[in-house]
Design a protein around this ligand. Sequence first.
Ligand code: PHE
Length: 337
Amino acid sequence: MKTQLESIQKFSHDSILGAKTSIDLDLVKSRTLGKSSDFNGLMKMLATIPKEERPEMGKLINTVKNELEILINKKQKDLLKSERESSLATQKIDSSLPGVEFPVGTKHPITQTIERITEILGRIGFDTKEGTEIETDFYNFEALNIKEDHPARDMHDTFYLNTDHVLRTHTSPAQIHEMESNSPPIKIIVPGQVFRCDSDVTHSPVFHQIEGLYVNKKVSFAELKGTLSFFINELFGTTPIRFRPSYFPFTEPSSEIDVQCVMCQGKGCNVCGHTGWLEILGAGMVNREVFKSVGYNPDEVQGFAFGVGVERIAMLMHGINDIRLFYENDRRFLEQF
Ligand code: PHE
């Protein structure tokens, strides 16, 4: 057994010193000391020699093994050092070369617009809430005073998921959820995606709205006007605006709010259909019927609500004339924001 050990020792010694690279040496290491190495074989053979010789022999094997281990570690260090030196010598770094620039993403213009709007309204006390994109007929229509045979249902070009569930056609159902689970005062905005079966240069089947709702004991139309005038002036600078009488089933009285056309300063152009005005908001005083459907007493509370079309605002702010640009994700477009 001793001679066997000696020959293993010699062979291992030579192959360790003979290894040319650190990878070679890794192989040698596993061949010398690994599971199926001759060393392990020797250890197993220990059991076959006379009992009294075993301790001495075992000790000897371990000593040789330790020596080889030390040798391998030392050799590995040397090899790694010289490999590193030669790689540094061959791969000289030219520190005067310009660095590689990694493309950095930007926030989508729609996200930026939502953030801008929620920031402005946040300053005057509106909390931002989240709504749900799938609604029942009750939340999207019924509770908002859009009864089953109401003509306004046609205007909504609804995507029906089944007989009772729809993809919300506006963010207004968030008003109902909020009032059902809270009592006044309520002062919230709810940004989110809405869905309508409609598509051309100014309409996309998926677009974004921001709903606003303020409910308290006493709320006047003057407060609605003040709030929205402040909001529009913060967003577009001091530009002429007008409140035009309109109709929504869930507000009474209702109004649409126009800003003077940012393209032609009111002179009349293609963008504003030669009217000089652009519609940017729908709003009004919360209809008594809506209060009733959430269990509020309409004699005890008042409120106003408004809905902002985010794409529309972003298009006006940046002079964009095709809504589809927002969804194509062409980086040449997105990088401009
Ligand atoms: N929900 C309306 C729409 O989508 C906008 C609106 C919201 C109008 C709140 C009045 C009050 O057109």
